[in-house]
Write a protein that binds this ligand. Structure first.
Ligand SMILES: CC(=O)SCCNC(=O)CCNC(=O)[C@H](O)C(C)(C)COP(=O)(O)OP(=O)(O)OC[C@H]1O[C@@H](n2cnc3c(N)ncnc32)[C@H](O)[C@@H]1OP(=O)(O)O
Length: 418
């Protein structure tokens, strides 16, 4: 066995892919064996990415994967991101700095390539702040008590001239990508999807090993026939003792690019006979859903948590990529323990865009690069972070100025898990 410091952290070879997958499953507490079909699916899924492993002798004891992604900035610019996923360290080798080594290698390479940010969905909150990531979007899941919602049980179809149809996976693969493309260009915090995303979600490729079960797919078309929304949902099969149906519909995903589509899809889901509970899936924290119901209290928040974490790799390009609600300037002193993008920067923002450049002027606001990530997509408030002692005002009122510039009228949202 190698000594602790000898454990090798490096890109894996093709021959090491099965062992790497075994380590991945072990780290995520899944049965370690990865069958041939699943391995093939994962080759497709992970193939375009960058796979790191840590090796103790021949055995893979840690996994790390990153791949190219675009994340939508405020205002709609598509920002080049290094998406991080499949992070595991086997229990026998935890807390020896293996994640720290893999992360340092990956972020340095991303910076070198010119990526503006890195992104991930954190399994646990305390892991990634130390590497300069900050929680940049929030996810909310509602459970709707359908009988309480107060929708008219007699309603048969959308009243705006649109229509909802059930379709199959092939239609979803045909219609979904264009709809998603429209959504993500208007939704700060959304990330790019590959063709494979649609293949996995429609059962063409099965990368997770458990048997595929097909959901129902509903498509909303506007009065002029345009596809403006789509949802995948499942139902359980539950009847009460008094011979009454008590089924729960669980939404896998729902995309809507107009308020009509959003309203009609939720009304549809909340008026399917037998369905008495609807679980919304991972929605934006300011989703319209509760207020689309006559009694919004029928939609109870069951989960609310941080979702997309962002690591800014280039402060100038990240701040210049987005638009701003107001006009003004700010001098930010950004601390970056990772040494990738720290410094003092002057941001000039206005309706015509923004410029950001190094400066020697005194700072208005001092903050860690992770706190800047939390502000970047407009979700967090600098005033709130100042109250928490996580940003420091060097000029009175600077946090309010930051909020006036950076916050947005609707909150950012990342519809995807990756
Ligand atoms: C994007 C994704 O893929 S999210 C999935 C993340 N993976 C998991 O949650 C699977 C189960 N957990 C694991 O595999 C491992 O515990 C990992 C990957 C989270 C951490 O790997 P390790 O190699 O143990 O981390 P490493 O030794 O580099 O730790 C660095 C520091 O982070 C801290 N840390 C690491 N994991 C955690 C955690 N889960 N909670 C709190 N602190 C943590 C360590 O204590 C250490 O702190 P220190 O520098 O103050 O001593």
């Amino acid at each position: 066995m190698t000594s602790r410091t000898d454990t090798d952290v490096r890109p894996i070879t093709e021959a090491e892919f099965p062992d790497w997958n075994r380590a991945l499953n072990t780290g995520f507490l899944q049965p370690p064996a990865v069958g041939a079909e699943q391995l093939e699916a994962r080759r497709k899924q992970f193939g375009p990415g960058r796979l790191l492993g840590a090796f103790d002798g021949d055995r893979c004891v840690a996994t790390f994967r990153s791949f190219d992604q675009q994340v939508t900035a405020v205002g709609g610019a598509l920002v080049q991101a290094d998406a991080v996923s499949s992070v595991t360290v086997t229990a026998t080798h935890r807390r020896r700095g293996l994640l720290t080594r893999m992360m340092a290698q990956d972020l340095a390479a991303a910076k070198e390539r010119g990526d503006v940010v890195a992104t991930l969905i954190a399994a646990e909150y305390p892991i990634y702040g130390r590497y300069g990531f900050g929680p940049a979007t929030t996810m909310t899941e509602w459970t709707v008590d359908v009988p309480r919602a107060g929708l008219d049980a007699r309603r048969a179809a959308p009243e705006d001239g649109g229509r909802i149809d059930l379709v199959d996976g092939e239609d979803v693969r045909k219609l979904g990508p264009e709809l998603h493309e429209r959504l993500r260009r208007a939704q700060p915090g959304a990330v790019s999807r590959t063709e494979l995303w649609w293949q996995i979600r429609t059962g063409v490729v099965n990368a997770n090993g458990s048997p595929w079960t097909e959901p129902y797919y509903a498509v909303y078309r506007s009065a002029d026939g345009e596809v403006e929304g789509m949802a995948a949902y499942r139902s359980d099969d539950h009847w009460g003792d008094a011979k009454q149906p008590l089924n729960t519909a669980t939404v896998d995903w729902l995309l809507a690019v107009t308020p009509d589509a959003e309203r009609d899809l939720w009304h549809y889901l909340c008026s399917i006979d037998w369905i008495t509970t609807v679980k919304s899936g991972w929605r934006a924290p300011d989703d319209l859903l509760p207020h689309l119901l006559p009694d919004p209290r029928a939609a109870r928040i069951t989960t609310q948590a941080d979702w997309l974490w962002v690591r800014i790799l280039d402060v100038v390009r990240a701040l210049e990529a987005r638009t701003y609600e107001g006009q003004g300037s700010l001098v930010l002193e950004v601390a970056d323990r990772g040494g990738l993008t720290g410094g003092r920067w002057r941001l000039e923002a206005g309706a015509d865009g923004a410029s950001c450049a190094p400066t020697t002027e005194s700072a208005h606001l001092v903050l860690d690069v992770g706190e800047l990530a939390a502000l970047w997509l407009g979700d967090e408030s600098a005033v709130r972070l100042a109250a928490l002692g996580r940003v420091r005002e060097e000029r009175a009122g600077a946090a309010r100025v930051a909020d006036a510039l950076l916050r947005t009228s609707r909150r950012p949202w990342c519809p995807d898990m990756f």
